[in-house]
Design a protein around this ligand. Structure first.
Ligand code: TYD
Length: 208
C-alpha cells in the first residue's frame, strides 16, 4: 500500500462498532502497516474538548453542527491528512456521514448547510476529502437500544427516543444510496463472528 487509506465506521448507537475496529486495526498492524485508530467528534486535544461539550451540554442545532465541523477540521489537519500523507491506514469511528445522519436526519437540521460545511471543512486541494471505505453497521433501533441499556450511562444522543434513531438509520441509508461505491452495509444484528467474517470478506474483496 503506497498511499494511505481512510476507512470509517458508522451506525446508530449500540450497533457494536468498537470491537470490530480493533480487529481491523490488528489485521493491518500484523502486516506491518501503520494504523491510526481515531474517532469523531475527537481525535485531537481540541476536538476532544469540543466532543465533551457536544455530548454533554445543551445547545441549539446550528451550534452543535458548527462545533462538530470545527472538531472535524482540527482532526483532519492535525491527524488524518498527515497520516494519509505518510501512507498510514486511518480507521475513524464515525465521520461526516454521522453528521448527516444525526444532525441532518435525526434532528432535522438543514442538509444544505451541512453540505456547505462539508465543502469548507473537507476541501483537500481540488477535491473533497472523503473516506475510501465506510463500513455501516446497520441494525434495528430496538435491538440497539436493548444493547445500550445493558451497557452504559447514556450521553445526550443515547438518551433520544426510538423515533430519533429510526430517522438516523434512514439518514445512513440515504448516504449509502448516494455513495454506493464507498459504503458497505454490515448486518450488525448477526452474531459477532459473522459480522467479523463479513468485514474480512469486504476487505479481502478490495485486496486489502
Ligand atoms: P460514539 O461513537 O457513539 O461514541 P461512544 O461509543 O463513546 O458513545 O459517538 C458519540 C455520539 O456522537 C454518538 O451518539 C453520535 C454523535 N455524533 C453526532 O451526533 N454527529 C457526528 O457528526 C458525530 C461524529 C457523532
Amino acid at each position: 500500500m503506497n498511499t494511505g487509506r481512510f476507512v470509517t465506521f458508522e451506525g446508530i448507537d449500540g450497533a457494536g462498532k468498537s470491537s470490530h475496529i480493533d480487529a481491523v486495526a490488528e489485521r493491518w498492524r500484523a502486516r506491518g502497516l501503520e494504523v491510526v485508530r481515531t474517532r469523531e467528534p475527537g481525535g485531537t486535544p481540541l476536538a476532544e474538548s469540543l466532543r465533551e461539550m457536544v455530548l454533554h451540554r445543551p445547545m441549539d442545532a446550528l451550534t452543535e453542527a458548527l462545533l462538530i465541523f470545527a472538531a472535524r477540521r482540527d482532526h483532519l489537519q492535525q491527524v488524518i491528512e498527515p497520516a494519509l500523507a505518510r501512507g498510514a491506514v486511518v480507521l475513524c469511528d464515525r465521520f461526516t456521514d454521522a453528521t448527516f445522519a444525526y444532525q441532518g436526519a435525526g434532528r432535522g437540521f438543514d442538509l444544505g448547510v451541512l453540505e456547505t460545511l462539508e465543502q469548507w471543512v473537507q476541501r483537500h486541494g481540488p477535491q473533497l476529502r472523503q473516506p475510501d471505505l465506510t463500513l455501516w453497521f446497520d441494525l434495528a433501533p430496538e435491538v440497539a437500544a436493548q444493547r445500550l441499556a445493558a451497557a452504559r450511562t447514556p450521553d445526550r444522543f443515547e438518551r433520544l427516543d426510538a423515533a430519533f434513531f429510526t430517522r438516523v438509520r434512514e439518514g445512513y441509508a440515504q448516504r449509502a444510496a448516494a455513495a454506493p461505491g464507498r459504503f458497505v452495509r454490515i448486518d450488525a444484528d448477526a452474531p459477532r463472528e459473522a459480522v467479523a467474517q463479513q468485514i474480512d470478506a469486504e476487505l479481502a474483496a478490495r485486496g486489502w
